[in-house]
Design a protein around this ligand. Structure first.
Ligand SMILES: [Zn+2]
Ligand SMILES: [Zn+2]
Length: 80
């Protein structure tokens, strides 16, 4: 069974904003964030992120990170 280290608190992963280098805040899984009732937002997100659909097969957990300084949102693929 694959578990996401971030969702399960196994280890911390740090990412930094490409614009201002502020540490990004983990907003949780993208699927949790948008919820199952907002498929249109997920489709928009899928268009932005190349290969999004493959993550389910590759056992990757898709997290949304947010820069508190400049508001930049980053999607990162966390290997489970
Ligand atoms: Zn996760
Ligand atoms: Zn930033």
């Amino acid at each position: 069974m694959n578990v996401c280290p971030l969702c399960n608190g196994l280890r911390a992963l740090y990412f930094f904003c490409p614009h201002c280098r502020t540490e990004l805040e983990d907003q949780g899984k993208v699927t949790d964030y948008f919820g199952p009732y907002s498929p249109y937002m997920e489709i928009d997100r899928m268009k932005q992120v190349d290969g999004y659909e493959t993550t389910w097969r590759n056992h990757e957990c898709v997290h949304l990170f947010y820069c508190p300084y400049c508001g930049e949102e980053e999607v990162r693929f966390i290997k489970e």
